[in-house]
Design a protein. Structure first.
Length: 158
Protein backbone atom coordinates (compact mmCIF):
# COMPACT_ATOMS: atom_id res chain seq x y z
CA UNK A 1 0.00 0.00 0.00
CA UNK A 2 2.80 2.38 0.91
CA UNK A 3 4.54 1.66 -2.42
CA UNK A 4 1.31 2.26 -4.33
CA UNK A 5 0.76 5.58 -2.58
CA UNK A 6 4.31 6.70 -3.31
CA UNK A 7 3.95 5.70 -6.96
CA UNK A 8 0.64 7.54 -7.29
CA UNK A 9 2.07 10.69 -5.69
CA UNK A 10 5.11 10.62 -7.96
CA UNK A 11 2.96 10.06 -11.05
CA UNK A 12 0.64 12.89 -10.06
CA UNK A 13 3.56 15.24 -9.48
CA UNK A 14 5.00 14.43 -12.92
CA UNK A 15 1.64 14.85 -14.64
CA UNK A 16 0.94 18.17 -12.96
CA UNK A 17 4.38 19.60 -13.58
CA UNK A 18 4.27 22.25 -16.26
CA UNK A 19 7.30 24.00 -17.81
CA UNK A 20 6.24 27.36 -16.42
CA UNK A 21 6.38 25.96 -12.91
CA UNK A 22 10.05 25.13 -13.44
CA UNK A 23 10.93 28.71 -14.36
CA UNK A 24 13.38 30.39 -12.10
CA UNK A 25 12.95 33.82 -10.64
CA UNK A 26 15.55 35.04 -13.16
CA UNK A 27 13.51 33.71 -16.06
CA UNK A 28 10.40 35.45 -14.73
CA UNK A 29 12.34 38.71 -14.30
CA UNK A 30 13.42 38.37 -17.93
CA UNK A 31 9.87 37.68 -19.07
CA UNK A 32 8.51 40.66 -17.16
CA UNK A 33 11.24 42.86 -18.66
CA UNK A 34 10.58 41.55 -22.18
CA UNK A 35 6.84 42.19 -21.85
CA UNK A 36 7.44 45.83 -20.90
CA UNK A 37 9.98 46.33 -23.69
CA UNK A 38 13.12 46.27 -21.53
CA UNK A 39 14.89 43.91 -23.92
CA UNK A 40 18.41 44.51 -22.57
CA UNK A 41 17.27 43.35 -19.13
CA UNK A 42 15.52 40.30 -20.60
CA UNK A 43 18.68 39.41 -22.52
CA UNK A 44 20.80 39.83 -19.38
CA UNK A 45 18.49 37.51 -17.41
CA UNK A 46 17.98 34.86 -20.10
CA UNK A 47 21.40 34.46 -21.69
CA UNK A 48 23.10 32.79 -18.68
CA UNK A 49 20.07 30.53 -18.21
CA UNK A 50 20.08 29.60 -21.90
CA UNK A 51 23.80 28.79 -21.80
CA UNK A 52 23.12 26.46 -18.86
CA UNK A 53 20.49 24.64 -20.95
CA UNK A 54 17.22 26.23 -19.84
CA UNK A 55 14.85 25.45 -22.73
CA UNK A 56 12.45 28.32 -22.01
CA UNK A 57 15.27 30.87 -21.95
CA UNK A 58 16.72 29.37 -25.16
CA UNK A 59 13.35 29.59 -26.85
CA UNK A 60 12.77 33.20 -25.86
CA UNK A 61 16.28 34.15 -27.00
CA UNK A 62 15.26 32.64 -30.32
CA UNK A 63 12.28 34.99 -30.33
CA UNK A 64 14.49 37.98 -29.55
CA UNK A 65 16.96 37.19 -32.34
CA UNK A 66 14.21 36.23 -34.79
CA UNK A 67 12.38 39.52 -34.28
CA UNK A 68 15.39 41.73 -33.57
CA UNK A 69 14.14 42.72 -30.13
CA UNK A 70 17.04 44.24 -28.19
CA UNK A 71 19.55 42.45 -30.43
CA UNK A 72 20.32 42.65 -34.14
CA UNK A 73 17.87 40.48 -36.07
CA UNK A 74 19.71 37.26 -36.87
CA UNK A 75 17.79 34.23 -38.12
CA UNK A 76 20.82 31.94 -37.87
CA UNK A 77 21.21 32.74 -34.17
CA UNK A 78 17.46 32.39 -33.65
CA UNK A 79 17.63 29.00 -35.34
CA UNK A 80 20.45 27.92 -33.01
CA UNK A 81 18.51 28.83 -29.86
CA UNK A 82 15.25 27.35 -31.14
CA UNK A 83 16.98 24.09 -32.02
CA UNK A 84 18.50 23.75 -28.55
CA UNK A 85 15.11 24.36 -26.94
CA UNK A 86 13.11 22.24 -29.39
CA UNK A 87 15.33 19.23 -28.83
CA UNK A 88 14.42 19.48 -25.15
CA UNK A 89 10.72 19.46 -26.00
CA UNK A 90 9.90 23.18 -25.82
CA UNK A 91 6.74 23.54 -27.93
CA UNK A 92 7.19 27.22 -28.86
CA UNK A 93 10.66 26.43 -30.23
CA UNK A 94 9.36 23.40 -32.10
CA UNK A 95 6.63 25.50 -33.70
CA UNK A 96 9.06 28.28 -34.64
CA UNK A 97 11.51 25.79 -36.16
CA UNK A 98 8.69 24.54 -38.35
CA UNK A 99 8.12 28.11 -39.52
CA UNK A 100 11.81 28.72 -40.16
CA UNK A 101 12.07 25.59 -42.29
CA UNK A 102 8.83 26.36 -44.14
CA UNK A 103 9.95 29.90 -44.98
CA UNK A 104 13.67 29.26 -45.35
CA UNK A 105 14.60 31.75 -42.62
CA UNK A 106 18.05 31.13 -41.18
CA UNK A 107 18.07 27.68 -42.76
CA UNK A 108 17.51 26.10 -46.16
CA UNK A 109 13.79 25.85 -46.96
CA UNK A 110 12.68 22.28 -46.29
CA UNK A 111 9.01 21.26 -46.14
CA UNK A 112 9.88 17.83 -44.72
CA UNK A 113 11.58 19.37 -41.68
CA UNK A 114 8.84 21.99 -41.37
CA UNK A 115 6.28 19.19 -41.35
CA UNK A 116 8.32 17.20 -38.84
CA UNK A 117 8.70 20.05 -36.31
CA UNK A 118 5.07 21.12 -36.66
CA UNK A 119 3.98 17.51 -36.25
CA UNK A 120 6.01 17.22 -33.05
CA UNK A 121 4.53 20.46 -31.69
CA UNK A 122 1.05 19.39 -32.84
CA UNK A 123 1.38 16.19 -30.82
CA UNK A 124 1.14 18.36 -27.68
CA UNK A 125 -2.14 19.85 -28.87
CA UNK A 126 -0.69 23.04 -30.34
CA UNK A 127 -3.42 24.07 -32.78
CA UNK A 128 -1.33 26.50 -34.84
CA UNK A 129 1.17 23.71 -35.45
CA UNK A 130 -1.63 21.36 -36.49
CA UNK A 131 -2.91 23.84 -39.06
CA UNK A 132 0.56 24.65 -40.41
CA UNK A 133 1.55 20.98 -40.56
CA UNK A 134 -1.51 20.21 -42.65
CA UNK A 135 -0.87 23.15 -44.99
CA UNK A 136 2.77 22.26 -45.61
CA UNK A 137 1.82 18.60 -46.12
CA UNK A 138 -0.22 19.63 -49.17
CA UNK A 139 2.96 21.05 -50.75
CA UNK A 140 4.90 17.85 -50.23
CA UNK A 141 5.31 15.19 -52.88
CA UNK A 142 6.66 11.63 -52.60
CA UNK A 143 9.96 13.00 -53.92
CA UNK A 144 10.10 15.30 -50.86
CA UNK A 145 10.57 12.37 -48.54
CA UNK A 146 14.07 10.96 -48.18
CA UNK A 147 14.61 7.30 -48.90
CA UNK A 148 14.77 4.93 -45.88
CA UNK A 149 18.55 4.74 -46.41
CA UNK A 150 18.91 8.55 -46.35
CA UNK A 151 16.76 8.79 -43.19
CA UNK A 152 18.93 6.18 -41.47
CA UNK A 153 22.15 7.90 -42.45
CA UNK A 154 20.79 11.30 -41.37
CA UNK A 155 19.76 10.07 -37.92
CA UNK A 156 23.05 8.24 -37.45
CA UNK A 157 24.98 11.41 -38.25
CA UNK A 158 22.87 13.70 -36.07
Amino acid sequence: MRRLTATLCLTLAILLWHPTQGWSADFQKGLDAYNRGAYATALREWKPLAKRGDAAAQSYLGVMYGLGRGVPENNETAFKWYTLAAEQGHVLAQHELGAMYALGQGVRKDDVYANMWWNIAASTGNRDSMVNRDIVATRMTPASYPSPFQRTVHWLIF
